[in-house]
Design a protein around this ligand. Structure first.
Ligand code: PLP
Length: 490
């Protein structure tokens, strides 16, 4: 019903929010309490949910109880439990009470902070919190908001890469002319995340101009500066325009760390925009003893890390700093009449809509602010150190078993390992490692993932879920060893 005002939906009634909100928090708290009872990796088949849910939306309201019953019975089987203490796949995606509360508050306020005027606190808190983080990481002053630099929260590292690539592209095209697009060349190692390739596709970079420089075990899969320099020289000789380098601190496959200072020097002397992607490992660099891995970041034009991976801030919260905010805004700003306002017109404020792809933006800084305030930086450092210690323990266990080997040296909290080949049969060894991966993951007891390095199938155990303790790591290793004994028998 109805046009007359009776029985009109009241979708934001505070008392209902209070009651349902409490119940939802209880539901989620119970979930966390029992999270170890679920298979870590969902075991459903494609299309499973179609069979369980109706074909169309209900005409009339259902109760919260009915919905929560369905969540338990129909949704949970199709959930992979990223917050499980036995989740060791990919990279972690941390949640925390503080991050969760920040998300809740952000959902509660539900502002869309595209311009300063659209919610001044959203812009200002983001600038302040990104300055805090920059100081915690000991980033050079040029990345702070007081000059022409500053930080911004993007949804993902992929968006961070895309916006800086576009900023760099437009900066160079402004000086050499729009027609030169086909001459622009991008450099990265073959370990760089596919997000760069996607960004190049979106930004119109010619595929033939994407230099994917080979790495191997001799540098532990880090990019060699001499290869980069050689590629740049060749391209210059061919009349092309080198304009963008993406380096990694903590590659997705194996946490390789590119030598930033040496790469940056070459990039800078050739006027190449130098971006550093530290999506996962950036969090570790808040600890003074791990800060060395971003030494050389002072030569970069931009730096990004995901607080939503390993810094207890619920997804999504990808941090990006640039030294030259004008390059970003010149590439990404628009100024339609309907958004004009005095503060923006007078150039008194940052309008983050001009630092990102979409217009709308969430109040993400709240959750990062809450994480920093409710935990404090010392606790965050201990949190990281504990995971690294657990990874060391796991590495130790693996290296004591003659059936296994560590494939690349562990740097942070990722251990890359595999069953060793027998009789140098690499093909069979790859098959066995794939079988082991499937067996381990279909046990439901833990979830690990894999990658390939120099043609070798490698198993990845990434430690970093907030609930993971020593016993989970030990149990995981036991399951892997048990499953390995079956695989090796066949
Ligand atoms: N860069 C690196 C090094 C990563 O490890 C990842 C994801 O794991 C990404 C980029 C992509 O991250 P996002 O999902 O935030 O785009």
């Amino acid at each position: 019903e109805n046009g007359s005002g009776r029985n009109v939906l009241k979708p934001m009634d505070s008392e209902q929010l209070r009651e349902h909100g409490h119940r939802m928090v209880d539901f989620i708290a119970d979930y966390y309490k029992t999270i170890e009872d679920f298979p870590v990796l969902s075991q459903v088949q494609p299309g499973y949910l179609h069979k369980l849910l109706p074909d169309s939306a209900p005409d009339h309201p259902e109760t919260l109880d009915q919905v929560l019953d369905d969540v338990r019975a129909k949704i949970f089987p199709g959930v992979t439990h990223w917050q499980s203490p036995s989740f060791f796949a990919y990279y972690p995606a941390n949640s925390s009470v503080a991050g969760f509360l920040g998300e809740m508050l952000s959902a509660g306020l539900n502002i869309i902070g595209f311009s300063w005027i659209a919610s001044p606190a959203a812009t200002e808190l983001e600038m302040i919190v990104l300055d805090w983080l920059a100081k915690l990481l000991n980033l050079p002053e040029q990345f702070l908001s007081k000059g022409n630099g500053g930080g911004v929260i993007q949804g993902t590292a992929s968006e961070a890469i895309l916006v800086v690539l576009i900023a760099a592209r437009d900066k160079v095209l402004r000086s050499v002319g729009k027609d030169a697009l086909e001459k622009l060349v991008v450099y990265s190692s073959d370990q760089t995340h596919s997000a760069l390739q996607k960004a190049c596709q979106i930004a119109g970079i010619y595929p033939a101009n994407c230099r994917v420089l080979e790495t191997d075990a001799s540098t532990n899969y880090a990019l060699r500066p001499d290869l980069f320099e050689e590629a740049v020289s060749k391209d210059l000789e061919a009349g092309l325009i080198p304009f963008f380098l993406c380096a990694n601190v903590g590659t997705t496959s194996s946490t390789a760390v590119d030598p930033l200072a040496a790469l940056g020097k070459i990039a800078n002397s050739n006027e190449i925009w130098f971006h550093v992607d530290a999506a996962y490992a950036g969090s570790a660099c808040i600890c003074p003893e791990y800060r060395q891995y971003i030494d050389g970041v002072e030569t970069a034009a931009s730096f990004s890390m995901n607080a939503h991976k390993w810094l207890l801030t619920n997804f999504d919260c990808s941090l990006l700093w640039v030294k030259d905010q004008d390059s970003l805004t010149e590439a990404l700003s628009t100024n339609p009449e309907f958004l004009k306002n005095k503060a923006s017109q007078a150039n008194l404020v940052v309008d983050y809509k001009d630092w990102q792809i979409p217009l709308g933006r969430r109040f993400r800084s709240l959750k990062l602010w809450m994480v920093l305030r409710l935990y404090g930086t010392e606790n965050l450092k201990s949190y990281i150190r504990n995971h690294i210690k657990l990874a060391k323990d796991f590495e130790q266990l693996v290296s004591q078993d003659p059936n296994f080997e560590i494939v690349t040296p562990r740097i942070f909290s990722l251990v890359c390992f595999r069953l060793v080949p027998t009789n140098n049969d690499e093909k069979k060894c790859n098959e066995q490692n794939r079988k082991l991966l499937d067996a381990v993951n279909s046990s439901g007891k833990l979830f690990i993932s894999h990658t390939a390095l120099s043609g070798k199938i490698v198993l990845r155990c990434a430690i970093g879920a907030p609930l993971t303790e020593e016993k989970h790591v030990k149990e995981a290793w036991k399951v892997i060893q048990d499953e390995a004994s079956f695989v090796l028998l066949k």
